[in-house]
Design a protein around this ligand. Structure first.
Ligand code: UTP
Ligand code: MN
Length: 490
């Protein structure tokens, strides 16, 4: 290596100047260069070159970055780099991972050239923990919240939703499965060929993936997004208390807007009326801070009515999501039986504080079945209670959206009471994701001849239910490697 005077060497090796990123001449392109193997001085040189040609080059990764360029790195290395950057800045983003060839051609052309498959880094088919191909059940895989194939999974999930809106559950599940597999890939998919023998990705999904890889969008998905039916179904099913069936009936009757529903409000259930009344607030995602504030308010109520009772934040927030459509809370008490009557007392207290905008409670209809007439079969399952509510949450610092000026916001909260013996099952069942749960139950049934739900795990061959004191024990009973909540985002 040529000797470079220390002083100069230090200057050359400095990171490129962190200029305030302007839009550049090409607003849809934001570059970020990976220093690894490229080296700091070459990176600084290439940064300056690109900026001189009018490109926006960011020094630090953020969700705004659209093109990640590296030199002499493998796809897996850059995918790993990307995961680290995302973890460090808490941002998602779905940049193309490109080799230096794309950069050189673009500099020569004086504009960002079209990305072709040869420009993309190849990310090889992931191995399962034990070296085989990707596991076929989602509950055998680790699926982080932030992943590398956002554009693809969003497209597939829109088709899944559209299929659900049309009552085609099977088709919906096929798209959901395909999306879920892509979420578990360690890096961005470059070409359809890399999918190889991956399980659960059907013909139709492959077509959609190919379109998005080649054109950036799928014409079919764009058509769905613009269709009146999809938009109306989306609007209606967002209303608390409105499912696909009701929304579909309204659509067929020619109803299209919330105003159309208001005219017919006598036909709505009490729950739907509340949903409509608070529509604006409820369609703004609940932030993590808000979910924690709700959880504290409920904990305060429990402290009043039954000290020792606990509340646990489940649902998407337990999986690490920063936003959700509701707050899922699990209530329990460490002494069996003490939880009886807890929910109604806690709700009464919250009501007396003026915090309840809507509530309706439901007794569990669940009865543990260990064969007809088995002693202890009923345990305390029939006391399983649940409350669907809308709570009034005082404005949090920095809150935006419709409630900010008013000083409070309506938030959807589900409260579930689980006796301590069922708590691990309830926690597992209410943490989600919905697809992860579905796959756990499918795995239990087909691979283990067991029945899993939010109350219990039942072994049909031994004809007994298997107790568990933690989620880990449930995975053990199922012979599955433990998947922590943050990796259940299937
Ligand atoms: P959610 O529908 O609240 O989903 O159900 P989520 O993952 O928290 O997503 P957002 O952020 O609110 O939109 C949470 C979990 O509770 C289970 C679901 O299967 C999911 O795993 N659940 C929900 C039930 O078991 N029963 C229900 O009636 C509702
Ligand atoms: Mn939720």
């Amino acid at each position: 290596m040529a000797l470079v005077p220390l002083k100069r060497r230090r200057r050359v090796a400095r990171s490129p100047p962190a200029e305030p990123p302007g839009p550049g001449r090409f607003p849809s392109v934001v570059l970020c260069l990976v220093e690894r193997r490229m080296g700091a001085s070459r990176r600084a040189f290439l940064t300056q070159l690109a900026r001189a040609k009018g490109f926006r080059v960011d020094v630090a990764y953020s969700a705004a970055v659209t093109h990640v360029v590296s030199e002499q790195n493998s796809g897996a290395e850059v995918a790993q780099w990307l995961a680290q950057q995302r973890g460090a800045c808490g941002a998602g983003g779905d940049p193309a991972l490109l080799d230096i060839g794309w950069f050189t051609e673009s500099m020569r052309a004086g504009r960002p050239v079209e990305i072709e498959p040869r420009h993309r880094l190849r990310v090889t088919v992931p191995a399962a923990p034990h070296g085989g191909l990707m596991a076929s059940y989602a509950c055998q895989r680790r699926t982080p919240l932030l992943h590398s194939n956002q554009a693809l999974t969003e497209a597939l999930e829109i088709l899944a939703e559209e299929a659900r809106f049309s009552g085609s559950e099977g088709r919906s599940l096929a798209f959901t499965r395909a999306a879920s597999v892509l979420k578990a890939l360690p890096g961005p998919l470059g070409t359809l060929g890399e999918l190889g023998p991956l399980p659960g990705i059907g013909e139709h999904s492959r077509r959609v993936i190919q379109d998005v890889l080649e054109d950036g969008v799928s014409a079919e998905v764009e058509r769905v997004k613009l269709s009146e039916r999809y938009q109306t179904m989306k609007l209606f099913t967002r209303i608390f208390g409105v499912g696909v069936k009701t929304a579909s009936r309204w659509y067929q009757e020619g109803l299209r807007t919330l105003a159309d529903l208001q005219v017919q409000s006598t036909r709505l259930t009490r729950q739907q009326q509340a949903g409509l009344r608070h529509y604006e607030d409820l369609s703004v995602p609940v932030g993590r801070g808000e979910a924690e504030a709700v959880s504290r308010a409920v904990q305060a109520a429990l402290q009043r009515v039954l000290p020792g009772a606990s509340v646990t934040l489940a649902g998407g927030f337990r999986r690490g999501k920063q936003h959700g459509h509701d707050v899922d809370l699990l209530l329990t008490h460490p002494e069996a039986g003490r939880e009886a009557g807890l929910l109604s007392q806690a709700m009464s207290w919250l009501e007396s504080q003026g915090l309840i905008l809507y509530q309706h409670s439901q007794e569990s209809s669940f009865v543990l079945c260990e064969g007809p007439g088995a002693p202890g079969a009923r345990d305390c399952m029939d006391r399983f209670e649940r409350c669907f509510s809308i709570l009034r949450l005082e404005a949090q610092r920095g809150q935006r959206g419709p409630g900010a000026a008013r000083g409070w916001k309506a938030v959807r909260v589900d409260l579930v009471v689980a006796p301590i013996s069922q708590f691990p099952f309830a926690l597992l069942g209410w943490t989600g994701s919905q697809h992860f749960e579905r796959e756990l139950r499918r795995f239990a049934r087909h691979e283990r001849k067991m029945v899993l739900n939010s109350h219990a795990l039942y072994d049909t061959q031994q004809d007994l239910s298997l107790p568990a004191a933690s989620e880990e024990e449930i995975f053990q009973h199922l012979g599955l490697e433990y998947v922590p909540p943050l990796e259940r985002n299937a």
